[in-house]
Write a protein that binds this ligand. Structure first.
Ligand code: ZN
Length: 244
């Protein structure tokens, strides 16, 4: 692994180009806002997006040189090519970290890694309080016991995911719902963090607590050893095999 954690921030990058209100909040895209914040804090972050090229900016080479991939998508999950999604899944299984944000819960890469529908209840316009329920978790370091987002989109249970490895955040909404809003998984050698805030119509990725979570998540999800693509070798016996 390089000295700095190498993050690729992948974004669908459609709303920022088609909706004036979203463009005002993220003039260069959600990906650029997150990457700039990471680069200002000691990470080596670059961007990739859906319409960047035939491979959505996620060539084998880009992924091999990515320690942690961030993923934001919403209306165009179906336009992500299957072979690119498979490539991301394989790299996660080999050890690349994956941080899935907000509406990325329905992304091909996340659903394939989870094996469930990853559906949830949602409602536009609410107030959210995030409770840190695992304060010793690396992703929770430096955060207060709870913090609020004044304008958010409600994501509520049930969230159809497998039982997480860790539940770092439980979100409460003024409308009455709760949600497992920050959860971790391991798939193969890779670490995965899903984090629910990040609706494009609100400046959520500029919130200092949210930014801290993203930085902590990048550190936590970075590979801890050599990346190994899983395969099925056929080794010779180490000893003389008897009884056959
Ligand atoms: Zn949203």
């Amino acid at each position: 692994m390089a000295d700095k954690i190498r993050v690729t921030v992948w974004n669908e990058f459609r709303h920022e180009q088609s909706i004036e209100n979203v463009r005002k909040i993220y003039p260069d895209g959600i990906h650029r806002a997150i990457a700039d914040m990471l680069n200002a804090n000691g990470f080596e972050a670059r961007c990739a997006w859906l319409d960047q090229d035939e491979e959505h900016g996620l060539s084998e080479e880009v992924l091999r040189n990515t320690d942690v991939l961030f993923w934001w998508g919403h209306i165009a999950h179906g336009e992500v090519r299957d072979e690119v999604a498979d490539r991301v899944v394989q790299q996660v299984q080999a050890g690349m970290g994956l941080v899935v944000l907000h509406s990325g819960h329905l992304a091909k890469v996340f659903r394939r890694l989870m094996g469930t529908s990853c559906t949830l209840n949602w409602r536009d316009g609410d107030r959210e309080r995030l409770w840190v329920i695992d304060p010793m978790h690396p992703i929770a370091q430096g955060l207060p016991p709870h913090f609020e987002l004044p304008d958010t989109e409600m994501y509520g249970e049930r969230f159809d995911i497998p039982t997480p490895k860790d539940i770092v955040f439980i979100n409460w909404y003024a409308g009455g719902e709760v949600f497992r809003g920050g959860v971790t998984f391991e798939r193969g050698r890779g670490r995965i963090f899903y984090f629910s805030p990040g609706h494009e119509a609100f400046p959520i990725f500029y919130d200092p607590n949210i930014q801290k979570v993203l930085r902590n998540a990048a550190v936590w999800a970075a590979p801890r050893g050599e990346r190994i693509i899983p395969d099925c070798p056929n080794p010779a016996a180490m000893e003389a095999v008897t009884g056959r």
